[in-house]
Design a protein around this ligand. Structure first.
Ligand SMILES: Nc1ncnc2c1ncn2[C@@H]1O[C@H](COP(=O)(O)OP(=O)(O)O)[C@@H](O)[C@H]1O
Ligand SMILES: [Mg+2]
Length: 254
């Protein structure tokens, strides 16, 4: 059963359709990039998937349930596109990540200890172990982005949706993000990531979907970064190519 399925999904702002008839299927454990120019409708599409904007047409199903009847939102982790607006409320990293446990706590299910463990595990997964007590406004932009990702991870989602998490972040955050994608996929979680550049994510993605003017114009292999092989710093010996299978062939880049 797909994690996400959209059929003819259409979203309009003021009578102008900005997502136009999108058909999309995301299976459990799949890592999929959503790409496309600014204004092509990427953020609007994922907002429609998580129910933050209404559909003008078509359907969205989550885990086989029509979105309007879906209630199990803790299965969905969503990291919105950053607006850059500071909250003004000083919080520690652990406090922000704890927000991801609210859905669990309202159900009255796990103990506070399970909450604490989930928070610690999520901070470690994004490479911020040891930063739990840091005020988020003292962290770098990349570290703050990782706190928001850790908050989404703390809900223990079955699908993790991230809107441009790599914009303006440092190399350490890019690497941490690639690890999060690997870890989640290994755990059977699906990952949907909006991004302009694949960078260190390239090898961890199953598919890329490209939007143009609100429509899907590509759904298949992730594009290889242009000119990657011309870069003298490019490593031809990929760490996972252990002599037998040449994974580069899979991407048609030879
Ligand atoms: N809240 C909104 N009200 C009106 N128009 C919007 C709103 N959000 C986005 N748009 C417009 O919808 C189009 C798609 O935007 P968006 O989904 O943010 O694209 P992307 O994420 O690919 O950059 C753009 O033309 C944008 O200006
Ligand atoms: Mg966007």
């Amino acid at each position: 059963m797909p994690v996400i399925e959209t059929r003819g999904a259409t979203v309009s702002y003021g009578g102008r359709a900005v997502v136009r008839g999108v058909d999309l299927v995301i299976q459990p454990g799949e890592a999929v990039a959503v790409m496309g120019a600014n204004g092509s409708g990427k953020s609007t599409l994922v907002k429609a998937i998580v129910g933050l904007v209404p559909l003008a047409g078509g359907e969205v199903e989550l885990f086989g349930t029509a979105q309007r009847r879906f209630r199990d939102w803790k299965r969905v982790g969503y990291v919105p596109q950053r607006t850059g607006a500071a909250s003004g409320v000083p919080s520690t990293a652990a406090e922000v990540v704890s927000q991801g446990r609210l859905a669990h706590r309202l159900l009255g299910l796990p103990s506070r200890r399970a909450d604490r463990e989930a928070v610690a595990r999520s901070l470690a997964e994004v490479g911020l172990e040891g930063h739990a007590r840091c005020a988020v406004d003292t962290l770098s932009g990349g570290q703050q982005q990782r706190v928001l990702i850790a908050r989404a991870l703390a809900t223990e989602p079955d699908v993790l949706i991230m809107d441009e998490p790599t914009v303006g972040v440092d190399a350490e955050t890019q690497a941490a993000l690639a690890n999060v994608v690997s870890d989640r996929v290994d755990a059977g979680c699906a990952v949907l990531i909006i991004t302009h550049e694949l960078g260190p994510l390239t090898d961890r993605l199953d598919r890329a979907i490209v939007l143009a003017d609100g429509k899907v114009v590509h759904d298949g292999e992730p594009p290889r970064p242009v000119g990657e092989h011309a870069d003298p710093a490019h490593q031809h010996e990929h760490p996972h190519a252990n002599g037998d299978a040449d994974t580069e062939n899979l991407w048609g880049s030879k």
